[in-house]
Design a protein around this ligand. Structure first.
Ligand SMILES: [Zn+2]
Length: 289
């Protein structure tokens, strides 16, 4: 009852941003230091270039993501990589000190997330969907969902003032089909910032040049030369735009422009949090103008 009342009240207020300064404040959550960059690095670079503040939060410290390193030393290395990645695209990066590979949707971690969303005064919150092969990704999705209403409830996590307006929560694109496939509500063309996104990914050296190729049994393929391996990384990361995302690009950019797009990032509106109309989404994603 309380929830229904609060949601209908919040939905009735159509404002583009929490503050009147016109800034769109974006916070993105990933399970590991590099997840936000992979899913939203291009879009984040665009927000940042337009002067809108973006924060990436890794919910775990990444201390399990390597074949020969681990623990505190790896967490320290990955935090430094994440901060450098953020610097390269103009994004604030925070790495929370929860163990990699052991994330659970506890009240403690939910509160960590509620605090970050409130402190950032977020208009848009990005997160993975809660169906994914990796338990840390899955539970990051659950944790952000669990925060989606609580960020406006004053008596929950009472040490941090609540938001007066619920943000719009959105999911990153993924390829999982069950229980339902990803629905691209918004798609952002990132061709003009693709090299910036690769710059950000390149900062996560422990991942893109060591751990992930090792998992794939392709460590030998990684070029040694820094410029060569960045080129190699760009080749790995560019991928064809799916028909569904092409359709969404057409909606937002028009058919002609959409046909030219080579790389895009897409987002699905979560049914919790503020429910934006099409004109709200145009305000929230000013690069669509
Ligand atoms: Zn991950």
């Amino acid at each position: 009852m309380l929830k229904l009342f609060a949601l209908s009240f919040l939905c009735a207020v159509v404002l583009p941003a929490q503050d009147s300064d016109g800034k769109i404040r974006v916070i993105a959550f990933g399970a590991h230091p590099d997840d936000c960059d992979i899913r939203a690095g291009g879009t984040a670079a665009k927000f940042a270039a337009l002067g809108h503040p973006v924060k990436f939060v890794s919910v775990t410290n990444g201390d399990a993501g390597h074949q020969s390193e681990g623990g505190g030393a790896l967490a320290k290395r990955r935090r430094a990589e994440a901060i450098e990645a953020g610097r390269r695209i103009g994004v604030t990066y925070e790495v929370l000190d929860n163990h990699d590979g052991e994330l659970l949707p506890t009240v403690d971690v939910r509160q960590q997330i509620i605090r970050r969303i409130r402190q950032w005064n977020a208009d848009i919150v990005l997160a993975p969907r809660p169906n994914d092969y990796h338990p840390d990704h899955r539970y990051t999705g659950v944790l952000v969902q669990d925060a989606a209403y609580m960020v406006v409830v004053p008596n929950v996590t009472a040490d941090t003032p609540p938001l007066r307006k619920n943000p719009v929560f959105m999911y990153y694109e993924d390829g999982f089909q069950r229980p339902q496939p990803f629905r691209p509500d918004v798609a952002i063309a990132i061709d003009d910032v693709f090299s910036k996104k690769i710059d950000a990914l390149d900062a996560h050296q422990s991942q893109f040049y060591e751990w992930l190729p090792w998992v794939d049994g392709r460590l030998e393929d990684v070029p040694k030369d820094p410029a060569e391996r960045k080129k190699w990384l760009a080749g790995q990361r560019g991928r064809p735009v799916s028909p569904a995302i092409r359709g969404t690009l057409e909606k937002w950019y028009g058919k002609e422009k959409a046909a030219q797009v080579r790389d895009a990032e897409a987002f699905e509106v979560c049914e919790y949090g503020r429910q934006p109309k099409e004109e709200d989404l145009r305000k929230l994603f000013p690069m669509l103008k």
